[in-house]
Write a protein that binds this ligand. Structure first.
Ligand code: AMP
Ligand code: ZN
Length: 136
């Protein structure tokens, strides 16, 4: 059983902040920023791609609601919502989860988007490639 499944069953302790029949939210052990929370489906799927599409909307809805409540409680209005899918994206626990990361002034956390300079041609090729796969 994976570590998050063990948290669901209670085999491993966690600081739960929300639970219903389908989802669980608990404080991330790393506390990257104060209030760093993970929202998970109780059912084991290795990543968000494998999650039943009926659960994707409710998971995101719950995540946004919790992000609002958590940041209210911690006196900030700022947060990142992050999902890591696959090792290259930084996924280390292979049970689908979404991170809520409250942000504070001078929190020393960097989530950096480094721009790539593309030509209009490259943009067009990229656009076509992606649009084609939408039909599949
Ligand atoms: P990711 O890198 O997106 O797979 O995130 C996995 C997260 O799970 C990391 O931020 C870890 O700190 C967190 N984590 C791992 N084990 C536990 C645990 N037992 N309780 C709470 N958080 C955990
Ligand atoms: Zn699991």
């Amino acid at each position: 059983m994976c570590v998050f499944c063990k948290i669901v069953t209670g085999e491993i302790p966690s600081y739960k902040i929300y639970e219903d029949d389908k989802f669980l939210a608990f404080l991330d052990i790393s506390q990257t920023s104060l209030g760093h929370t993970l929202v998970i489906p109780k059912i084991h799927v290795p990543n968000i791609k494998e999650l039943d599409s009926d659960l994707v909307g409710p998971l995101f809805n719950l995540t946004v609601n919790l992000a609002k409540k958590i940041t209210d409680a911690l006196d900030t209005n700022h947060f990142n919502i992050i999902n890591n899918t696959g090792e290259l994206a930084g996924q280390s626990v292979f049970h689908a989860h979404v991170h809520i990361i409250p942000r504070y002034p001078k929190d020393n956390l960097t989530i950096k988007f480094t721009p790539n300079k593309l030509t209009p041609e490259e943009f067009k090729n990229l656009q076509e490639k992606i649009i084609k796969s939408l039909d599949k």
